[in-house]
Structures are given as C-alpha cells and as structure tokens.
Design a binder for this molecule. Structure first.
Ligand code: HT7
Ligand code: ZN
Length: 845
C-alpha cells in the first residue's frame, strides 16, 4: 500500500488549454473518447491516472501510441518527456462498464440513470487524465444516449435527439466533472444576479417526484441571494442544475453548474420529511452552492488542503442556516455535532489534524476534523480579526486567488496581510491534531478576579508533542443578582499558562465562559451547582446558558452511571426551564433533551474511568423517569400547548414548537409506557411528529401496530422506509436491538447495496450505544459481518462506517477483546479494499 505525503507534492509540468470528451453511453460498455490539449510549463514526463479502464487506443497529435505503454495493474500511464513536443493533443478511447460499478465512484448507474461521482479520484475511472486538483481546464462534453435528459457541467451548447453538447468555460479540475443521463423531470425557476444576469435554475428528479422538490429549489434561491449579500459572490453560468439520485456515497457533490445530490437531501414533503430533514436540505443545498466560489473558482492544490474548501464552506453553510433560522439554536446544534463527532475522532486512534500530512486513501479523510473542526478554525479567525476585517479578508482571498488551486498557507496569508498579525502560531490549529483541554482557576480578592488558564493537549498518533495554541476565549461576567457586569470580551491565550485580571468588581461574579463556544476545546473548571443554575437562568449568551444546563445534566447522568441518586439540582433547574419554555421553545427543547449515552461514556472516560454501557443506559433511563415524575403536569401541559396550531411550516418557529413537544413526550414516555406517543402517532399531521412518536413507541416496546401502519403507508417510499429501518435498531431496548437488526437484515427489502439503506440499519445499530457495545460482543459481530459483506461492493461506505469502532480503546478488556476480534476478522478478509484496510489498521494500532 502506498502512502502519499504532503511533502512530496510537485507542480504538474503541463497546463491544459482544453479538454474535450465524447460519451457514447451504454450500461455495460460506455465509450469515452478524449482529446486533451497540453502545453508544457515545466520539466517532467506526462503522467496520466487511470483505473479499471479498457483502453482501445491512445495517440499524441493523432499518432497512435503503443498500448504496451499501459501500466500492468492500473495506475499511471507515463509518457517520457523526450517523446513529447511543447504543445500536443493527447487522445484516448476507452470503454467502461457503469452497470458493474457498485462502488459509486466514476460513472455508474442509479435506478437506470447514468450519473458520476468524481471527487476525490473518481475521474480516473472514466478516462486517462491528470486526476489531481491543481490541473484545471475548460471542458467541452458531448453525450450520446437514448436517455431523454443529458446533462454536464457549464452551459448547454447544442441539444438534439440522442445528443447534447455542454461547454464549461471556467477552468476546473477533473474532480468537478459531472455527467447525468436519465428519464428526469425538472422543477424550475429563474434567478437574477446582483449584476442583473438571469440564471435558469432546475432541480431534476424522477417522474412523479416533482411535488417533493419545491423546498430544495426555494432553498437554492435563498442560498444564492444570501451569498450575494453576505459575501458579495455572484453565480457565473447561465444555468444551475441540481439532480437527485438514490444511490450516493455521501450527501451531495458540488460539480460545477451540475450539483448531484443524494435524493434524501432534495425530496421533502410534510408527510415524508422531518424538520431535521428540511433543515439539512436547506443547509446542504447552500453548502454545495457556496462551493461555487469556495472550492470551484478557488480550489485546492492537493488533497491535503481539503479543509481549505470544506472547512470554509461548512462555516459558510452554518452562517447561512443561522441567518435563515435561529442563530443561537444553530450554534448550539453545531457545538453538539462537533463534540459528538469531532472530539470523539480527536480522542481516538483516528485523530488527525485538519490538514493531514499523509494518507493512504484520501476518501478516508472526508472527516469531522477536516469539515467541522476546519469550520471552527475559521470561526476563530473571524473572532480574532473581527467581522469587518473578516469580510475584507475574504474579498482579498477571492480577488487574489480566483482561478487558482491554493493551500492553507495562501489562506492564512490573506488574513496576515489584512490584519497585520503574525499567524504562525495560529497555524497549529491546521497542523496539530487533538482537542486542547482548557482549565480555569479563579482567585477573588479585593474586588479583583484573576483567572488563570492552562491549556494541554494529549498526544495523538504520530504527534507526541503539543505546543500551545492561540485560543480565543470569549467570556462575560454575571453578578450574583443575575445582571451582566462584563459584556462579552475576547481574551487571546497564547501560552501554556496565562492569567487575566478583572478589577473594580463590587461582588464576586460568575464567569460565563467560552461564550458562543469561541474555541474547539474542552473546559474544566470548579463551579458550584448554584453558579451553574445562575448561568442557566441569567446568562445573556445562549451557548453558555445552554452549556450550564447541559453540564448540570451531565453531572447528574455521570453520577447515575456510577450508581448514585444524583440529579436533584438538575431537577430543580428543569423547573425554571419549563416555566420559561414558551419564550423560546427550541432552546427549552435543547435543555430538556438529556445528553446521550455516548456523551456520558466520553465524560466518564475523560475522568479516567472505564464506562459501563449498561450502567449508563440504566442510569439515564432512571434520571429521565425521575425528571418526568417530578414535572409531569408541566410537561403534559407544554406537550399539548405545543401542538401545531396551523398548517405545517418547516421554519424555525414551527420546528421549535415541535421539538419542544417531542422533548416533553420523550420524558413522559417513561411514565405512561407509550400511551401519549400512540395517540400522537395516530393523530400526526407530519413526519416530524410521526417519527418522534414512533421512536417513543419503540423505546417503550409498544410498537407492533405503529410499525405495521408506517410500513403500510410508506412501503413504496424508499427514503421514508430508510427511517423505518433506522429507528428500530436505534431505539430498541439494548438487549433486543441486535436480534431486531438481524431480523430486519433478513428482509427482502433490506437493499443493502443502497448506501442509504445500509447506513440506516447498520448505522442505526452502531448508534445504539448499549446495544453496539453489548458485553457479549454481539453488536460488534453484527456490524463487522455486514462491513465484510459490503467491502467488495462499496469500499468507500464500508471504510467510513468502520469509525463505529473508533472508541473501542476506552471500554473494558472483555469488550475490547470482542471489538479487536471483529476488526481482525475484517482485516483478514481476502481482497480487502485499500479504504477499509487503512481504517482498520489505524483503529487496531
Ligand atoms: N465535496 C463533496 C465531497 C464528496 C465526496 C467525497 C468522497 C466520495 C464521495 C463524495 N461525494 C461528495 C461534498 C461536499 O463536501 O460538499
Ligand atoms: Zn463540501
């Protein structure tokens, strides 16, 4: 297996003036003819990437090349520099088999529709090409097929029966190439850009799905408008096409002018999609659209720089969702996701920095660290330079680097140039793995509060030393009567230990720490429950206020997992939340939703204990029951008060009310064994309520009728049935979940080659903490069995799902032995993919 190193990057010795492609589409034998106009710009051979191609001919300036030049085992085709003039046209004709392409990388078939996925290195499965992001070219693409709709990047040039020609004038790397051919219908709109250009917008779906595509189209219009207002970025082609496909390895792909989406991120109606689905659709439509500038116009020099486009684009989509909905709620949700996914990654064997310096398989680096931590790093830069300078810096970035393939250094440099700061130390956020642990000690005397911070980062694989980083610490001070005595102030910590002094204070205040979650760090501080309750009641910063309640809940849950009766303080704090719930239902719902079992396990592990999944589950159930019993009347009243007054709207207000209703229901469910949930399930007017009620019924073990009813209503709808497959292993009692997952896997409609269905069932079980980590190893065995089955079919999805095992090192010896044995069985599989091998090896190391 070959390891790629950042340090080995060398410039490509040729520029491409034009790339022309001709496709004759056929499911088993598609012909691809290419003509690529090269011009030398530096010394070196011509190296072209190819994989799984049946090469029929090769030529330079129409002179046939000997096919004996082809590499024996796939890989690079190298034509020596001595055989090449300064300028030349390379031509190739190859044959590929889209129907056999179950890996969904390159050109493949999804439900009879031809589509492509070329990021990161899929284009080499289509034809011979310099498949690296720093080689950019304008593309002209001709498609011949009997499929009615033929799409590629850029603007349409010509279309006739059985043929279409597309031209993309914007130079792009091969990973942004796309082609779609199928029986599709569009719902359409037009958008007039800031400078007055009219753009045709189309969302293409299968016939019959048109009524479910409206929200995606509206989201696109909102995203285009927002990018003009917030970043001054206009769209740059005559058309913008989005296509929904059912078989897709990830969420969506930003191909220039032709975004391809997993259909679950396009199709939605109130009856079939939850509030969460709607929010994700809006966010991901925005994300892919925003890539047009941060990713496409300015792309990455090499794949080590992936966070340059992904971190920035996630940051932009988070801002967009915050602007469209509630900024505070969005921030809290993002913090929850970061902690659940990225902190977990940073704490385990797969830890890596946002800019890794080596990899074996780049597809394994589309991670929470590259995406979500990458976005946090940008948030810190913005906080350090301020909003106005951030905007100026981004303007400079777009001006200076438009049309280029860039590095993280280029990105840091624009900030240095606009702010005059030296960001050498800040760059560690990109190069160093691990989550810094911030501790704060307080000293109070004579009206002066001295805060002493220490930062420490544990070693991560390959990085034993962790020098201190720049940490922006946003804080405020709350007086004993609840008044804010110091508004938000940003401290810049640069040393391993540093003190900051606040003078002239009348009475000892409570520190509202890490406001807005100003840095991706964990925090340890001495704080009493009364102070936490004061912050929960009075903090002006929503993030810090939520954090105070969350910490109270976590303390209680950790105590319960240890077998104590902890939770009285949290119970009292809940009374205040319930009293105030109608002021901001979405916020109240966040406070009422108990931290999950995985987070409790993480907290125990961080305190040096071995988490016991069964005790965590039992303790959490007991606390939920006690809270419900103590507050039953208020919970029941709120649950009814939050019923939908009018037609369903997937906006912040409506979804906030529904989330509060479901949070109350989940607690009451512990008392009434599913009685209320059953009533809501039967009366539900939308999928948010129906799914929420169904999850409660499964948890209560009262689900037979509801599951049958659900399958009867939605049996024909793949996306809705994915939910049905997911919630059963996820919400079933831990001692029954594996058996249930096995039964579901035996059903004929468990179409496991479809990534959405596979992730629903296998991922559903892996997310049921106590079931996946069952002491007898049955959860590990089930997941490993299915990963071994999927690997030869779809290595990318298999490899990504091995991350279920990344927390293995923190459990007891018995569980660790079961998990290791399961991973070793995967590692021993004949012909195991490079993707999965890399992941399993890193987890086992
Ligand atoms: N940039 C896109 C990444 C992506 C992808 C990567 C590997 C394999 C399949 C993939 N599909 C999409 C999506 C994005 O982050 O916007
Ligand atoms: Zn992206």
């Amino acid at each position: 297996t070959v390891t790629q190193y950042l340090a080995d990057w060398r410039p490509y010795p040729f520029r491409i003036a034009r790339t022309r492609l001709e496709f004759d589409l056929a499911p088993r034998a598609t012909r691809v003819r290419s003509r690529i106009e090269f011009q030398r710009i530096g010394p070196g051979d011509l190296a072209l990437d190819g994989a799984g191609l049946k090469t029929l001919s090769l030529a330079i300036d129409d002179q046939p090349l000997d096919l004996g030049l082809l590499p024996a085992e796939g890989g690079q085709l190298v034509i020596p520099a001595a055989d090449l003039p300064e300028r030349f046209t390379f031509a190739a004709e190859v044959e590929i088999d889209p129907e056999a392409n179950t890996a969904l990388e390159g050109l493949y078939l999804s439900g009879g529709m031809f589509c492509t996925q070329c990021e990161a290195e899929g284009f080499r499965h289509i034809t011979w090409y310099p498949d690296r992001p720093d080689v950019m070219a304008p593309f002209e693409v001709a498609i011949r097929s009997d499929q009615p709709v033929l799409l590629s990047n850029g603007n349409p040039v010509a279309a006739g029966p059985g043929e279409a020609v597309w031209h993309d004038p914007w130079p792009k790397p091969a990973y942004l190439f796309a082609l779609v051919a199928g029986d599709l219908r569009a719902i359409s709109d037009r958008f007039t850009t800031l400078s007055g250009r009219s753009v045709a917008l189309n969302v293409w779906v299968r016939p019959g799905d048109e009524p479910r595509a409206g929200y995606a189209l509206e989201s696109l219009v909102r995203a285009m408008r927002w990018d003009e207002q917030a970043y001054g970025r206009e769209y740059d082609l005559d058309v913008f096409n989005i296509v929904a496909v059912d078989d897709f390895n990830m969420g969506a792909m930003e191909n220039k002018g032709l975004n391809i989406f997993n259909s679950k991120l396009v199709l939605a109606t109130a009856e079939t999609a939850t509030d969460g689905d709607y929010e994700r659709i809006e966010g991901v439509i925005g994300h892919e659209y925003f890539h047009n500038w941060t990713g496409n116009r300015i792309t990455c020099r090499d794949w080590f720089q992936l966070s340059l486009k992904e971190g920035l684009t996630v940051f932009r989509d988070q801002q967009f969702t915050g602007a469209m909905r509630s900024a505070a709620v969005k921030r809290i949700q993002d913090v929850q996701t970061l902690r659940a996914r990225q902190f977990r990654e940073d704490a385990g064997p797969l830890a890596h920095p946002p800019r890794p310096d080596s990899y074996q398989e780049i597809n394994n680096f589309y991670t929470a660290t590259v995406y979500e931590k990458g976005a946090e790093v940008i948030g810190m830069l913005k906080r350090l330079v301020g909003d106005d300078l951030y905007r100026k810096t981004l303007d400079l970035y777009f001006d200076r680097h438009d049309g280029q393939a860039c590095t993280i250094e280029d990105w840091i440099k624009v900030f240095e140039d606009t702010s005059g700061r030296d960001l050498t130390q800040f760059k560690r956020w990109y190069t160093d793995a691990g989550t810094p642990r911030l501790t704060m000690a307080e000293d109070w005397r004579d009206g002066t509060l001295t805060l002493t911070f220490r930062q420490e980062t544990a070693p991560t694989p390959g990085q034993p030393e962790k020098p201190p980083r720049v940490i922006p610490i946003a804080l405020g001070l709350i007086g004993p009567n609840g008044d804010e005595v110091l508004p938000t102030t940003v401290l810049e910590m640069t040393e391993a230990e540093q003190s900051f002094r606040f003078q002239g204070l009348g009475a000892r205040p409570v520190v509202s720490l890490l406001r807005g979650f100003s840095a991706p760090v964990t925090v340890a501080r001495e704080i009493g429950v009364d102070q936490q309750a004061l912050l929960l009641a009075h903090d002006t910063d929503a993030c810090a206020r939520w954090q105070a309640g969350h910490d109270l809940a976590l303390d209680a849950l950790v105590g319960r997992a240890r077998g104590t009766e902890a939770g009285a303080e949290f119970g009292r704090a809940i009374a205040g939340v319930l009293d105030d719930a109608e002021t901001d239902p979405a916020f109240a719902a966040l406070c009422l939703s108990l931290p999950g079992e995985e987070e409790i396990a993480t907290t125990l592990a961080a305190q040096g204990e071995i988490p016991d999944p069964d005790a965590i589950h039992a303790g959490r159930e007991a606390l939920a029951r006690d809270i419900a019993a103590a507050h039953e009347p208020a919970l029941a009243r709120l649950c009814d008060a939050m019923a939908d007054p009018g037609p369903y709207r997937p906006d912040a207000e409506g979804s906030g009310r529904r989330s509060l209703r479901l949070a109350c229901l989940a607690l009451l469910n512990r008392l009434d064994a599913g009685a209320r949930a059953e009533a809501l399930f039967d009366a539900a007017g939308n999928m948010t309520e129906r799914q929420g009620a169904l999850e409660c019924l499964i948890a209560a073990g009262r689900d037979t009728r509801a599951l049958a009813d659900f399958a009867q209503r939605f049996g024909e709808n793949r996306l809705v049935m994915d939910k049905w497959f997911m919630v059963q292993p996820l919400r079933a009692a831990p001692d029954r979940a594996v058996a249930r997952a096995r039964d579901l896997a035996a059903r004929p409609d468990f179409d496991w080659k479809n990534p959405n269905r596979f992730r629903a069932l296998i991922g559903g079980l892996a997310a049921n903490h106590a079931a996946f980590h069952a002491a007898d190893g049955s959860g590990y065995d089930f997941v490993a069995e299915w990963l071994m089955r999927l690997d030869p079919v779809n290595p990318q999805t298999t490899a990504r799902m091995t991350t279920a095992f990344e927390t293995m090192p923190r459990y007891d010896a018995g569980r660790r032995a079961h998990a290791r044995a399961a991973l070793q069985r995967i590692a021993a599989l004949q012909g195991l993919s490079r993707n999965t091998r890399e992941m399993v090896t890193r987890i086992l190391a």
